[in-house]
Design a protein around this ligand. Structure first.
Ligand code: SF4
Length: 348
């Protein structure tokens, strides 16, 4: 008998006593579960907590989200990263209005038709909000299942995902699929940890987990190494004019699409860059370095500050005062390492 089949009862008992208290769990409407699941992609629970309530207060319904101005949406997402998630949320909210008459779709298949909702998210919403018996297979479920079954297959491959999905589909309790998925998420986050040694002594699966029995807890799961990230050297220019900073909007496609930023380019000679922009007055002063790590690329940035004597800017750049930087324009966290520059130069 596959040891995973022993999991549901002890897991649900453990979950009854150890479930994390999370705002979207207290009122698990499909809309709230959806927003929380999208926010949680690639993002820690602790980081999501403060965003979730603010987002729900601003957009309490799919209709409110569908009608939101883009800048307000991106500003509320500022710092959470992976901004295409926010855009897809809005796209999907609009689909809910146009394709489903404002009613959130209530089956896995219909959920999959919404922008930004993949297999995992659809299964999470369908199981938690509608009781559909589907495992929501993410990194947590893959890791826990690979360890319990002692499987040394590579969990980054589609074949292993398919295998784990099939195994969990067989054992997920029909009457409590949402609790099962959330229990697995919590077990993965609190006990069967991804980095370092899992806390097997506190695990409800310890008596039948093959990785634990064989001492392979830190060997499993097997995961093919990630590709090295590309490193980009960039210059970031902070232009100030009468206590305002120059910002420009990033292109609508690609990394950090549509967000606002201090002009930032691949490293070249700073003066040449300024001339290319038609800003040739004054000598920019070096103001520090910072790094930001994205999934596939790392930015190594050098900042330059220049107080200019004319308000002339290249087309489509804007001057933003302190209030606009705080409340109006979404500036990616990639520039957070330079926040002291804004603090120093923006007029109070
Ligand atoms: S016994 Fe240890 S390795 Fe096995 S599932 Fe529990 S925490 Fe993970």
């Amino acid at each position: 008998m596959n040891p995973i089949s022993k999991l549901p009862i002890p897991l649900l008992e453990w979950y009854r006593d150890n479930a994390r208290t999370l705002p979207w769990r207290t009122l698990p409407t499909p809309y709230r579960v959806w927003v929380s699941e999208i926010m949680l992609q690639q993002t820690r629970v602790t980081a999501v907590l403060s965003y979730f309530d603010r987002f729900m207060a601003a957009f309490p319904t799919p209709a409110a989200l569908a009608a939101a101005p883009e800048d307000q949406l991106l500003k509320l997402w500022e710092g959470l990263g992976y901004y295409s998630r926010a855009r897809n949320l809005q796209k999907a909210a609009r689909q809910v209005i146009t394709d489903f008459g404002g009613q959130f779709p209530d089956t896995y298949l219909e959920l999959r038709s919404l922008a930004g909702i993949g297999e995992y998210t659809a299964a999470a919403i369908a199981s938690i909000a509608y009781g559909e018996a589907l495992p929501a297979v993410d990194g947590n479920l893959l890791r826990v299942t690979a360890r319990i079954t002692g499987d040394d297959g590579d969990i980054t491959t589609p074949a292993m995902k398919k295998k784990v999905t099939a195994l969990l589909t067989e054992i997920i309790p029909i009457k409590a699929p949402g609790a099962f998925n959330q229990a697995m998420m919590d077990l993965g986050a609190l006990i069967c940890l991804p980095n370092g040694a899992p806390l097997c002594d506190s695990c409800p699966a310890a008596s039948f987990c093959l990785a634990h029995q064989k001492g392979l807890e830190t060997v499993l799961p097997v995961r093919s190494p990630k590709k090295a990230r590309r490193i980009e050297e960039r210059n970031v220019f902070f232009f100030f004019y009468q206590g305002k900073v120059a910002l420009r909007r990033r292109p609508q496609k690609g990394l950090l699409a549509g967000l606002w930023e201090p002009p930032c380019e691949h490293s070249a000679d700073a003066r040449t860059q300024l001339e290319a922009w038609g800003i040739s007055l004054g000598q920019p002063s070096f103001a520090g370095v910072s790094r930001h790590i994205f999934t596939h690329v790392e930015w190594h940035m050098e900042a330059y500050v220049l107080e200019v004597s004319s308000s002339h800017l290249p087309p489509e750049w804007i001057w933003a005062d302190r209030d606009a930087v705080r409340h109006q324009y979404a500036i990616p966290a990639a520039y957070a390492g330079f926040s002291d520059i804004l603090e120093q130069y923006l007029a109070h």
